[in-house]
Design a binder for this molecule. Structure first.
Ligand code: ZN
Length: 244
């Protein structure tokens, strides 16, 4: 099966629609790794679209925060302001949808979580040492994670030492997943943080065990204008131009 793997939409409808156009009809399923809302100006429109596309979705920390299920003191001031704004915006129907999302899912050889298999809501897998520990917390050969908004691969070889290797998935890359085990992050759709402002996602072939990183530019200014009108924090508006 060919599927698209997306993460961290963060209520950025322009980015989401651009990615969905880019995915086009070539996939059977879309897997979403959480944080549909938070930061951006279009929480309801993004949840509506996720529902309409029948995406298979796990929940993220910003989704929980927007439901009042996390302590907002754990967020930085700008993220907290955006969370409070999102809480006011979300329709009852969309709140219920986010509330029933699971924290983790297993589909064949793939585990899906937002943060990490050890702590699905909060842990960031940023380093090889953190990834190495997390390989003990899932049973499939691949774990798909989001949360850092940085497209990354961690590979634990079947030969070699029990320490994994990290590679940044800059630009458009192809990976053969047939050997060893992997923790893979497709990067962010709605708020990329790897220094490139374009949206990042994966096309995954679950039979061939191959993944392809895709980047697509969207109309950032149109999202920024809506954020401005909504009165969202300036730093969140500016960062979209730079991809950090
Ligand atoms: Zn996020």
């Amino acid at each position: 099966m060919r599927c698209a793997v997306i993460s961290d939409i963060h209520a950025n409808l322009t980015a989401l629609e651009t990615v969905l156009d880019d995915i086009a009809d070539g996939v059977e399923q879309i897997w979403c790794l959480g944080d549909v809302v938070g930061y951006g100006p279009d929480p309801n429109a993004c949840v509506d679209r996720v529902r309409r596309e029948d995406m298979i979705c796990v929940v993220g920390n910003h989704d929980w925060a927007s439901l009042g299920k996390l302590d907002l003191d754990d967020f930085n001031p700008d993220a907290r302001r955006a969370c409070l704004w999102t809480q006011e915006q979300l329709s009852e129907e969309n709140r219920e949808f986010l509330d029933q999302l699971p924290a983790s899912l297993v589909i064949g050889e793939f585990t899906l979580v937002h943060g990490s298999p050890r702590a699905p809501i909060w842990e960031y897998i940023t380093h090889a040492s953190i990834a190495t520990e997390n390989f003990y917390f899932f049973d499939t050969s691949v774990c798909l994670v989001g949360h850092t908004h940085v497209p990354t691969a961690f590979h634990l070889s079947e030969q070699g030492p029990a320490v994994c290797e990290r590679s940044w998935l800059n630009g458009e890359r192809n990976l053969d997943l047939s050997e060893g085990r992997w923790i893979l992050n497709p990067g962010g759709v709605g708020q990329p943080r790897d220094g490139s402002p374009s949206s990042s996602y994966f096309i995954l072939d679950t039979e061939e065990m191959r993944v392809e990183t895709r980047r697509v530019s969207y109309d950032i200014e149109s999202t920024q204008e809506r954020m401005q009108r909504a009165g969202l924090p300036q730093s969140l508006i500016t960062r979209l131009s730079f991809g950090w």
